[in-house]
Design a binder for this molecule. Structure first.
Ligand code: NAD
Ligand code: KPL
Length: 294
């Protein structure tokens, strides 16, 4: 049995794709509502009806996937983990950085892994989950207890039929995604436009170079491979062009009145700058402006 904490878009995607009858959602404390029923629209357009039960008291999952938003993850796990065996691997799917470190520092003895995914899922209407973008998922250990479990966890996730790879340097992969999100998401939310449309906006053009200079210094301070500001800007703009028509997850959160993950993207970079004595005025400004949109 694979347990999933967070019955949102990502959680429902994995629940629908993993073998039927082998998945359960983790309930909030004191809640045991009816099973979760939804229509799932697969990437090729085929639609199926999915019913996922809740994890029952006494059931002991072999794996826990955590698909809450970054800001909810620590509290959700504080509620869920007391009834889950300490040997059960925990796989964190959150974007950005900061929440992963909170979890691995809070439970250093538990096997903690992270997944970085380019799969896309959304819920355009109540009761409907859409697999909107086909990508790949990399899974790797965040602590030594998780290290021996990486291949097994990758194999378990691959039973979904999604592309899954074990990753020795998951932190590096999370950083690569963070760089892209830091250079796109806040701009799309502030400018209220699709990803590709930021590129021609004077506000983006004013701030992207100083932002990339900050990120380049932060990468070095964090022990990540050095990248020039010019190379960072190229990577960011390649993704913005490739996903030109997309509404970023941050803009979608603002438009639907949900909390954004800004504190774990540009906010994380601003905090890291404070720790290392690196000035991060652009990350700080983007963080504050997105916080004001919320
Ligand atoms: P979502 O808001 O759709 O789902 C989060 C779910 O967690 C919600 O159903 C919420 O009710 C639930 N939740 C919150 N607190 C909880 C608690 N204490 N106990 C149980 N459940 C709780 O978000 P999402 O789009 O599924 O994203 C989840 C994470 O995956 C985010 O960090 C996101 O950045 C990342 N991610 C999402 C996608 C995507 O395409 N959706 C792609 C890559 C990464
Ligand atoms: O990951 C994304 C997000 O929206 O969070 C990008 C890469 C910006 C694609 O929309």
């Amino acid at each position: 049995m694979i347990a999933i904490l967070g019955a949102g878009s990502m959680g429902r995607l994995w629940a629908a794709m993993l073998p039927a009858g082998q998945v359960a959602f983790v309930p909030r404390p004191g809640q045991m509502p009816d099973p979760v029923c939804y229509r799932f629209q697969a990437i090729e357009g085929k639609s199926l009806s999915v019913t996922i039960p809740w994890l029952q008291p006494g059931q002991s999952p072999e794996l826990l996937l955590v698909t809450t938003k970054a800001g909810d993850t620590l509290e959700a796990l504080k509620d869920a983990l007391p009834s889950i065996a300490s040997s059960t691997p925990i796989v964190l799917f959150q974007n950005g950085l900061g929440s992963q470190q909170q979890v691995s520092e809070t439970w250093p003895q538990r096997p903690v892994l992270a997944a970085s995914t380019t799969e896309g899922a959304n819920r355009p209407a109540p009761g409907l989950t859409v697999h909107a973008g086909c990508g790949a998922t990399w899974v790797g250990a965040l602590n030594p207890t998780g290290q021996p479990l990486v291949n097994r966890v990758a194999q378990q996730l691959a039973k979904s039929g999604l592309e899954v790879h074990p990753e020795q340097d998951i932190l590096g992969r999370l950083w690569q995604k963070l760089v892209i999100n830091a250079g796109i998401n806040a701009f799309t939310a502030i400018l209220d436009c699709p990803n590709g449309a930021i590129l021609k906006q004077p506000y983006y053009q004013q701030w992207i170079n100083p932002l990339c200079e900050e990120i380049s210094r932060l990468l070095a301070a964090a022990g990540q491979p050095q990248q020039t500001p010019e190379a960072l800007r190229e990577s960011i703009e390649a993704v913005a062009r490739k996903t030109a028509a997309n509404t970023s997850s941050m803009r979608a959160d603002v438009l639907t009145g949900r909390p954004t993950e800004i504190d774990f993207i540009n906010g994380y970079l601003a905090r890291l700058g404070q720790q290392h004595g690196i000035a991060t005025p652009v990350n700080q400004m983007l963080t504050e402006q997105v916080q004001q949109l919320n």
